[in-house]
Design a protein around this ligand. Structure first.
Ligand SMILES: Nc1ncnc2c1ncn2[C@@H]1O[C@H](COP(=O)(O)OP(=O)(O)OP(=O)(O)O)[C@@H](O)[C@H]1O
Ligand SMILES: [Mg+2]
Length: 271
């Protein structure tokens, strides 16, 4: 099966000499839910900017759904990969919220009637429909982040990459985001999220990629979230659920990672 994303020996150096990515290689299966972790400055956003051709590889390759990202494929790749940037000010720029969300689908040549439906659905999903006529410039940061997410939802790309999607969102907004991610997963989208929210990762991700100082520190499945040594090296902590169970009792092999797994254990014990 073709992978959704393949990154091979990717290097990227900024013009001031910062080596932001060094020999990064990994791949992501179609339909998977991957978390990209790592300390501030690890290279997560730089890597993400390579996934839809905002940055082009200086060495190595980025392959999306079997197609190498380069000047020629850039346009096609941008339709395939929707990216929500870390800073919504880099993304939200139209005169009204509505126009901003419509920008992507209009550029993709989608019929006006269909664009209208997609924009309405996306703005309602992120709870911003009421503010559809407002100037994005006047929105709060969390509201801008919601609009940026709506813009990507309206494009309906196969691969969706979110750089710190929960930043600035209130708890209800984070909960809604989690529901949206699950819905996207049910719709067979490939999802990649860069985040520092280790508890969101524990609840949500099935694959974990950890970067440190521009290099790939480790990748693996959810059991990586129990490896305290590795987590510490990446300025991360254990998620709250395994942290409680490790302190309270339990062999490592029986430690739950999600709230649901923990609840099931507690129900058995307390019955
Ligand atoms: N435009 C730029 N010019 C020079 N250096 C840059 C530029 N953008 C990022 N960097 C540097 O590249 C490295 C990687 O930055 P990047 O933003 O990719 O990290 P990150 O993992 O996304 O961090 P954070 O968790 O803070 O979002 C950092 O050392 C940063 O200072
Ligand atoms: Mg970043």
């Amino acid at each position: 099966m073709t992978k959704a994303i393949e990154v091979k020996n990717l290097d990227y150096k900024y013009s001031d000499g910062t080596e932001a990515l060094r020999d990064i290689s990994f791949s992501i299966d179609k339909g998977s839910k991957t978390a990209l972790l790592g300390p501030n400055g690890a290279g997560k956003s730089t890597l993400i900017m390579h996934l839809n051709g905002i940055l082009l590889p200086q060495r190595g390759k980025v392959i999306i759904d079997g197609k190498e990202v380069n000047k020629k494929t850039e346009r096609e790749i941008k339709k395939k990969v929707g990216v929500v940037f870390q800073d919504p000010d880099d993304q939200v720029f139209s005169t009204t919220v509505w126009e901003d969300v419509a920008f992507g689908p209009v550029n993709m040549g989608i019929a006006e009637e269909v664009v209208r439906e997609k924009v309405e659905k996306a703005l309602k999903l992120v709870d911003m429909w009421q503010l559809k006529d407002k100037m994005p410039y006047h929105l709060s940061y969390g509201q801008k982040k919601r609009v940026a997410l709506a813009g990507i939802l309206a494009m309906d790309s196969d691969i969706i990459v979110l750089d710190e999607p929960g930043a600035y969102l209130d708890p209800r907004g984070k909960h809604d985001l989690f529901e949206i991610l699950n819905e996207l997963h049910r719709n067979k989208k490939t999802l990649l999220i860069a985040t520092h929210d280790i508890n969101l990762v524990a609840e949500w991700a099935d694959r974990i990629i950890i970067l440190k100082e521009g290099q790939l520190l480790k990748e693996g499945d959810r059991s990586l979230l129990l490896e305290e040594e590795i987590l510490m090296q990446a300025n991360l902590t254990l998620p709250i659920v395994p942290s409680i169970f490790l302190q309270a009792c339990c062999q490592r092999s029986k430690i739950p990672v999600t709230v649901e797994e923990a609840v099931n254990i507690l129900k058995r014990v307390m019955r």
